[in-house]
Every structure is written in C-alpha cells, then in structure tokens.
Design a protein around this ligand. Structure first.
Ligand SMILES: NC(=O)c1ccc[n+]([C@@H]2O[C@H](COP(=O)([O-])OP(=O)(O)OC[C@H]3O[C@@H](n4cnc5c(N)ncnc54)[C@H](OP(=O)(O)O)[C@@H]3O)[C@@H](O)[C@H]2O)c1
Length: 332
C-alpha cells in the first residue's frame, strides 16, 4: 500500500483520543470514507456534529461482537485498530473485561479483516506490553502477538491482508494520562499527586504518533512491530513544567499504583536479535533477518542497541522542552 487516496478506512475506537486525531488527519487526505466504530452513541453524536463531514460513517458496535465488526469491515481497505480498555487500575480490577475487549476483541478484528480481505490492518500497541507487569500490558502483548502471527491464518492465494503492530509510549495529553490529570488537579487548586518523581515515561506527541502510524501503515510488509525512537520525561519534570505554566498548588506523595512500573521498556534485550533500525525507528521482526531482508527497509541496519530500550536509558526531555511541547500541543 502506498497511498491513502480513494481508500475506505475503519477506525475501531474512532471516538477516543487517538481515533479523533487520526480521523481529522485522514480527512485532510483524499480518502473515500472513514468509518468510526465504537460503543458510546453520545461520543459519536458529538464527534459527528463537530466534524460534520460527508465522508464519515458512524457505526455503533462492540469489537467483542464478531458479526458486528465483520459487517463494519465490509469493503474496507485499511483498518486502524485503536479500540481498547487502557486504564491500568481499571483492568487490574476487571481483568476478564480487559481480556474480552483487548484480546478477544482483537481476535474478532483480525478474523473479520481476513474474511473481508482488508489490505492493511494496524494494531495500536503500547510499551506496557513489553515484559508486562500489569494485566493491561499482558492483554496488549497478546493483541500484538495476535497481529504479528495473524498471517499464519491468511490463505495467500485468496487473501492479501497484511497485519502490523505498533508500540509507543505516553501520548502527550491523551485521555487518562499524567499531564491532563495534573492539569485538572492544579485547576481545581488541589495538590498534585506524585508517586515517585524519578519515574520515567516515554513520550510522543499526538502529531508524531499520527505520522508514525501512517508511515508504518504505508511501509509495513506484514508481521512487524514498529517502534519509534523516542525520548522520555521524569514525573518531576512534568510537575515542574505544569507548575510553571499554570500554578504551584503543592504536591503530595501517594503510593505507587498496583501494576505500575518505575520505567517502561519499548524493546527488551531478548528482542534485540530480531530488531533492525532506521534513522527514526526500530523494527522488530519475527525471525533474525538476512542482510538482504534488512536492506528492504529504507536505510535499514542491524540495531546498535546493546541493552533494553527503556525510558531511563534515553535522553530526558528537559523542563523547558516539555513546556514548549505542552503549549504546542494546546494542552494548557
Ligand atoms: N493514550 C496513550 O498514551 C497510548 C499509548 C500507547 C498506546 N495506546 C493505545 O492506543 C489506543 C487508543 O488509545 P486512546 O488514548 O485513544 O484511548 P481512549 O481515548 O480511551 O479511546 C478508546 C476508544 O476505544 C473505544 N472502545 C473501547 N472499548 C471498545 C469496544 N469493546 N468496542 C468498540 N470500541 C471500544 C472507545 O469508545 P467507546 O467507549 O464508546 O466504545 C474509544 O473510542 C489503545 O489501543 C491504547 O492501548 C495509547
């Protein structure tokens, strides 16, 4: 696949933070149709009235329901699979629900896409899936595994479907993440709740995430996990940046949440053997690539990583840089 022009696209979780931003970006391309698939009708009605676009179709449905998602992908060329339950503490308390949506739902998306001969299917994954500590991460690891092994179910003579999966870290300002949480605490004149100021998280802006998602969809050959090269911030930096941009309402220490890591990992040591890199990203393959296979990725080379790619091992975003990103992303 090398262009979006004329394509019919389905976004599962199209009303979420990523889904809405992706929809707006795709509307700027000459796509034929974008189907938004999610459960909550109110979110869809609000999105419909905000965007008011003929190329949008709003479909109520649950990815747990195979027949519904199968109908939704009829005639579709590209699927971005973003629907998920993603709040770590919620899934710790409701693990069966996490499994039903993130694992069984993803399986339904995959089966439907093979059946309907969709061209490319992109699974939106997370760093929390790497050596997972919490149930959310474990469910997203399974989602990723289902995506990179889905080609085993594709009869190449009858179907063309390519599946790729992506992994990245915190999308700056996305729903439920640390920045909107601190902003709402400050605006309510409350103290910011800090677990450990030295905790680190990989960071990506929504625009960077969209570029990465679209580029991966265009260039993926199938069965890869794509990982962008990212920087990280400490929680202390987030706190200081927001206190300077808004107000210092103080802070209180709270215990580290169940299932929360101090540092996140995007690629673990064992995955290095099958990982190659380009200037902007890493590509995790399903087996050790030959030199010829490496060359098929533009500017591809063996990775120079020698230890796990974790958020305490990269260059930290400074307070001033973060302030700039927060303002540019219109979060305050
Ligand atoms: N945000 C981040 O920092 C981040 C980082 C890495 C990866 N990711 C991944 O990126 C994806 C999108 O994240 P986001 O921040 O946009 O999440 P979000 O804002 O919570 O949106 C989730 C979307 O999924 C839909 N959804 C949930 N359960 C569903 C179901 N059973 N059937 C159909 N739709 C369902 C929701 O709508 P309804 O509730 O109306 O169904 C909503 O549209 C997720 O897969 C997440 O794991 C996010």
């Amino acid at each position: 696949m090398n262009e979006l022009k004329g394509k019919k696209i389905l976004i599962t979780g199209g009303t979420g933070s990523l889904g809405q931003a992706l929809t707006k970006r795709l509307l700027g391309e000459k796509v034929n149709e974008i189907r938004i698939f999610s459960r909550n009708e109110n979110k869809q009605v609000m999105m419909q009235s905000e965007l008011n676009e003929d190329r949008l179709r709003f479909l109520i449905g649950d990815i747990r329901d195979l027949s519904r998602i199968q109908r939704a992908v009829e005639d579709v060329d590209i699927v971005f699979h973003a629907a998920a339950l993603k709040h770590v503490p919620v899934i710790e308390l409701n693990p069966f629900e996490g499994i039903n949506t993130n694992v069984v739902g993803s399986r339904n998306v995959i089966e439907s896409c093979i059946h309907e001969d969709v061209e490319v299917v992109v699974g939106i994954g997370t760093d929390k899936a790497v050596s997972p500590l919490n149930t959310y991460g474990a469910t997203k690891l399974l989602m990723e595994k289902l995506f990179v092994t889905a080609s085993n179910y594709v009869n190449k003579e009858r179907h063309r479907t390519k599946f790729i999966s992506l992994r990245y870290g915190n999308v700056l300002g996305s729903s439920g993440s640390v920045i909107p949480k601190f902003i709402s605490q400050i605006k309510a004149k409350q103290k910011i709740t800090i677990t450990d100021p030295t905790m680190t998280r990989f960071s990506i802006t929504m625009d960077e995430a969209l570029n990465f998602i679209l580029e991966s969809a265009m260039t993926g050959k199938g069965s890869e996990v794509f990982v962008p090269k990212l920087r990280a911030f400490t929680i202390e930096t987030v706190k200081e940046a927001l206190q300077e941009l808004l107000e210092n309402t103080g802070e209180i220490r709270v215990p580290v949440r169940q299932g929360e890591k101090y540092h996140e990992t995007l690629i673990n040591l064992d995955e290095m053997r099958t990982t190659i890199e380009t200037d902007s990203k890493y590509v995790i393959l399903q087996k050790v690539p030959t030199d010829d296979e490496i060359k098929t990725y533009s500017a591809g080379r063996k990775t120079s990583l020698t230890k796990s790619y974790s958020s305490d091992s990269v260059k930290m975003i400074t307070k001033d840089e973060l302030k700039k990103l927060i303002v540019q992303s219109k979060l305050v």
